[in-house]
Design a protein around this ligand. Structure first.
Ligand SMILES: [Zn+2]
Ligand SMILES: [Zn+2]
Length: 352
């Protein structure tokens, strides 16, 4: 607005005098400057520099990596990424956070190691943040509130101090069960040496020592490449799977069914189902849908007797919920009437 321009904010047309206009503008600038200073004070510079740096190296590595000559290294990291998926999906998420099944000590120890390979936060914090996320989804108390945009829910939330509501409401979430588990206590106590060992050192030294891989690419792919991929894949559950996809089970919430995210996270992208039935160990309606590696692993360990008391929603309950609150996109109980329904009606008419 220029000096001596018009202001119609109160419904009446009036001319702003130059000094009045300048006063008005200086208040605006002061307000914006105050907001900017507050925004700066909320940034976590260590995280910003670290995460940005590894991503820049990652992009450079993607361009220069000799893809055709390092097949064994790619296979090695694919294997390691599967372990990460089990640790985060079947472990931190489905076992410790949602208690969808029970696991004996050897299995808990194994998935704790798998989780550590992924290089995420200490398990206790991961579980706390995720429980808060479920309880206060898409509010200010949600650590990665997707209403604040894709970037914030994907990685931006790690660049900033937590919203006061996240801290305040987070205290309401019961975490006592976590400390009862000696595996969690051990992981918390030795978090740094465990992460250095299982996330960075071991995956780096195995390829050169076992099959003579060059150290350079082994370090780049372990410390940066796989690490960045695993981080982003997990973050996509908080961002993409809260924005794009269908909502066959509950149309009123933001989480969606996202097959792409599901394939890369070993079954964690069926997020509308998961937020509707968070206690289901499959985290999806069908355990084979997409690629649900975590469910396959839990089933495998259940056969061994290491996993037990697996909880799962019955088809009847799923049907009832999908018909009542879904968006109509369910593959069976969507708004489209299946052909078989007509046969059922005919049978009913005949019986009458
Ligand atoms: Zn969850
Ligand atoms: Zn979610």
């Amino acid at each position: 607005m220029s000096p001596n321009s018009t202001d119609i904010s109160n419904g009446e047309l009036k001319l702003l005098q130059t000094d009045e206009y300048l006063k008005h503008e200086s208040i605006n600038y002061a307000k914006k400057w105050k907001e900017f200073k507050y925004f700066l004070s909320q940034l976590k510079w260590f995280n910003i520099i670290l995460i940005t740096t590894v991503h820049v190296i990652f992009v450079w590595g993607l361009i220069t990596f000799p893809w055709l000559q390092r097949g064994r290294l790619i296979l090695w990291h694919t294997f390691i990424a599967h372990l990460c998926g089990i640790g985060v999906g079947a472990g931190a998420h489905r076992l410790w956070c949602h208690r969808t099944y029970k696991a004996k000590l050897p299995l808990r120890a194994f998935i704790m190691v798998c989780y550590t390979i992924a290089g995420h936060n200490p398990l206790f914090y991961w579980v706390r943040d995720h429980r808060v996320h479920h309880r206060f989804t898409d509010t200010d108390a949600d650590p990665h509130n997707s209403k604040r945009g894709f970037f914030f829910s994907h990685v931006g939330w790690l660049f900033m101090k937590k919203h006061p509501d996240v801290i305040r409401k987070g205290k309401e979430v019961d975490m006592s069960d976590l400390w009862e588990d000696p595996v969690i206590r051990f992981h918390h106590k030795y978090f740094i040496p465990l992460t250095l060992c299982f996330c960075f050192i071991l995956p780096t030294i195995v390829p050169p020592l076992v099959w003579g891989q060059d150290w350079y690419w082994s370090i780049i792919t372990s410390v940066v490449g796989r690490y960045v991929i695993v981080l982003n894949v997990t973050w996509f559950v908080n961002s993409a799977a809260h924005m794009w996809g269908t909502k066959p089970f509950d149309a009123s919430i933001s989480p969606t069914e996202n097959i792409t995210v599901s394939c890369f996270t070993f079954g964690e992208g069926w997020h509308n189902y998961h937020h509707t039935f968070p206690w289901d160990y499959k985290a999806a309606e069908l355990h084979y849908a997409g690629y649900n590696g975590s469910t396959l692993m839990i089933n495998f360990f259940a056969k061994m007797g290491w996993a037990y008391d697996l909880k799962s929603a019955s088809p009847e309950l799923i049907k009832k919920v999908a018909l009542k609150s879904g968006d109509g996109s369910h593959f069976v109980w969507g708004k489209e009437v299946p052909e078989s329904a007509e046969e059922e009606i005919r049978k009913e008419v005949k019986q009458k």
